[in-house]
Write a protein that binds this ligand. Structure first.
Ligand code: 6R9
Length: 640
């Protein structure tokens, strides 16, 4: 979408200015470039105290008409998705816009034929195969709401997400290989399905020849269902504010939050940011850019920047089924070479892991097709930034360090590739339409953007792709995001701003730890540990880790008569793996006799964090502790 692309830094500044002075006109001009069945009559209505945000009210559209139908005339034969399998000897798949359009419509009829209607929730627990994209878009085509659960989560995690939003259908695959390891997705689903009364139908895609037990009447094979229905499926008319999907993210307390994204604003926001941040270029058919985001579609990055943003912009987007280390650590670089990838978007944790490998893995491949490099998910440290810049980009590719969240739906602070001057480890400047604020300890905004400042990051004005609520719990949405600072959205992140207005995100300021780019709330992990019958109480904190960014350290109190042992540590890890998933397993477990608590009974995690990070020279004020003597015991026996 060239017509929404900013082309110079001067233009960026102008657009930014315009977006602050008159946000409604600014977004109207962008939204106008999309295909609406009926134009909206009210651009924005908002009230952060409720909170209530509505964009493009009265507008009617279907996002799949924008991702598919709209492109057929000019881009019908252009590759929409290139799929790269886990096993390099298996063939890649190239799917054109026209083919994708047909497949999505065809599968949409399968959904309908199985009783799925507009507004119904459908859970997807799928590997990174084109059918995941097809199932997602098919839901959107008929107005069903998808809830994708990352296919690394446990059966317990799937069940709680299905039950939270009463999903009627579950779509999965029998099995998938990740590296050399088979993962039996259907088996994991079967376990979850024992406690998910709302699920009526399970659609199973056969990814491998492995036999799958099917439950008569409930479980149906993808291909057999396709044979029963027609291929044409008109797009359902959706209101701009109709729900498009729910995506669960970890919170600092209790159960995961089902973030709700709606149709019109999300489409406009993801497409605008995709086109501008990456500067994707539609050349002649031979020169078309090939964009590859390595995230899993189970995370927001995959939703917004593998599927919706790139497809609405008519781009060629790569989906990779495998892992960066299989068959060896050169896999990413080989794929870039093979598919002539021009835009590569990955996470700092992957960059750090790959930077540790012998450089021959990089040198084996020709990376000269690359034009733009992206980073997302956590702060990128300077060392990793330079390695990425020098070894992968060969000093020729701008790095876009993109800061955003599941809740924001789209990129918020980031350079525009080749346009915004970059600075290592800085996400740089807010995109047009984004009004950040840094808040000091007293809760006061530090407004002078010409002065260095460090504080908590909030956003002062609504943007189209923001989440509208937490599914089924609007009160929690208000408390978590809109109660810290009046009339602002609070991000949960800390940030530093230099005297030229460039932002560097310093990390979470709440009890969320980002491990290998995955957000993990410490509370649910503690709950999982406490499920072990021998555990009385626990506290989990993050500590810096060379590759993962952060890793988890668990302090565990056992019941009185229990002997601590290594076997017990393994059992505790297995418990976490079972309840949440292997990604949440603590790296270190220390048994302690008690935890440092304040007089009001709160665990002082600040101190535990310092001990876990081997930074005990200054523990700060411990005078409010009920049991200060425990600190020495914990330090003496710490595992660092
Ligand atoms: C897109 C995504 C959100 C949290 C966010 C922040 C961290 C993401 C970052 C970054 C520094 C960046 N984060 N991008 N920190 N620099 N470029 O990752 O969404 O999974 O919801 O995580 O990730 O802490 O608050 P999500």
């Amino acid at each position: 979408m060239k017509e929404i692309q900013i082309k110079s830094f001067a233009e960026y500044k102008k657009a930014y200015q315009a977006s602050v002075e008159d946000p409604e006109t600014f977004w109207e001009n962008i939204a106008d470039k999309f295909q609406w069945q009926k134009k909206w009559n009210k651009t924005l209505e908002w009230d952060f105290t409720k909170p209530d945000v509505k964009w493009f009210q009265g507008g009617k559209l279907n996002i799949t008409e924008n991702c598919l139908d709209r492109h057929l005339e000019k881009l019908g034969n252009k590759t929409a998705i290139i799929w790269e399998p886990n096993d390099p000897d298996e063939e890649s798949r190239y799917i054109t816009y026209r083919q994708l359009f047909v497949k999505v419509s065809h599968f949409a009829n399968v959904l309908k034929n199985n009783g799925i209607k507009k507004g119904d929730k459908v859970c997807l627990y799928m590997p990174m195969i084109p059918e995941l994209a097809i199932a997602m878009l098919a839901c959107a085509r008929i107005g069903a709401v998808h809830s994708i659960v990352f296919a690394g989560f446990s059966s317990t995690a799937i069940a709680s997400r299905i039950n939270d939003s009463d999903c009627k259908m579950l779509i999965t695959a029998n099995q998938v290989y990740r590296g050399s390891k088979p993962v039996n997705l259907k088996e994991i689903c079967d376990e979850a399905l024992r406690s998910t009364p709302s699920i009526e139908t399970v659609i199973v895609y056969r990814r491998t020849v492995e036999h799958t037990p099917m439950l008569e009447g409930r479980d149906k094979f993808w291909f057999e269902e396709l044979e029963k229905v027609e291929r044409d499926c008109p797009a359902e008319t959706m209101d701009a504010e109709d729900m498009l999907f729910i995506l669960y993210t970890s919170g600092s307390t209790g159960k995961p939050k089902g973030m709700v994204h709606t149709t019109g604003g999300y489409m406009v926001g993801t497409t605008y940011t995709f086109a501008n941040v990456f500067q994707y270029n539609h050349g002649t058919s031979k020169e078309n850019d090939v964009y590859w985001c390595t995230a899993d579609i189970g995370w927001i990055t995959g939703h917004s920047y593998i599927i919706y943003g790139p497809l609405a912009a008519g781009a060629t987007t790569v989906m990779f089924e495998g892992v960066p280390s299989y068959p060896d650590y050169g896999r990413f670089w080989e794929i870039i070479d093979k598919l002539k990838v021009t835009h590569f978007y990955t996470a700092p944790t992957a960059i750090r892991a790959l930077a540790k490998q012998p450089i021959q893995f990089v040198e084996k491949s020709d990376l000269s097709s690359l034009k733009v490099l992206g980073s997302v998910g956590e702060p990128i440290n300077e060392e990793a930034w330079h390695w990425y810049n020098d070894m992968i980009g060969k000093g020729n590719c701008p790095i876009v360090d993109t800061w955003w969240q599941t809740e924001t739906g789209a990129i918020m602070i980031s350079p525009l590739a080749g346009i915004t001057p970059t600075r290592p480890a800085f996400a740089t400047l807010p995109l047009p339409g984004v009004q950040p604020a840094l808040i000091d300890e007293e809760g006061v905004e530090m407004e002078n953007i010409h002065e260095k400042a460090e504080g908590r990051l909030a956003i002062k004005f609504p943007w189209p792709s923001m989440a509208r609520t937490i599914y089924g719990d609007h009160q929690r949405y208000k408390e978590v995001y809109f109660s810290a600072y009046p009339n602002m959205y609070f991000t949960g992140d800390g940030a530093y701003r230099d005297a030229t207005g460039n932002y560097r995100i310093t990390g979470r300021v709440d009890d969320v730890v980002i491990v290998s780019g995955h957000n993990l709330g410490t509370a649910p992990i503690e709950n999982a540990i406490n499920e072990h019958p021998k555990v009385a109480e626990s506290a989990v904190v993050g500590f810096p880790h060379d590759i993962k960014g952060n890793a988890l350290y668990a302090y565990v109190i056992l019941y009185n008569d229990v002997e601590p042992s290594e076997v017990l540590k393994d059992e505790i890890k297995a418990e976490v793996s079972k309840i949440i998933g292997p990604i949440a397993k603590p790296d270190k477990i220390q048994f302690v006799s008690s935890l440092p608590k304040t007089r009001s009974g709160k665990i002082m995690r600040r101190i535990l964090r310092k001990i876990a990070s081997n930074d005990t020279s200054n523990l700060g004020d411990t005078s409010t502790l009920l049991n200060p003597e425990i600190i020495d015991e914990i330090i003496d026996r710490s595992l660092v």
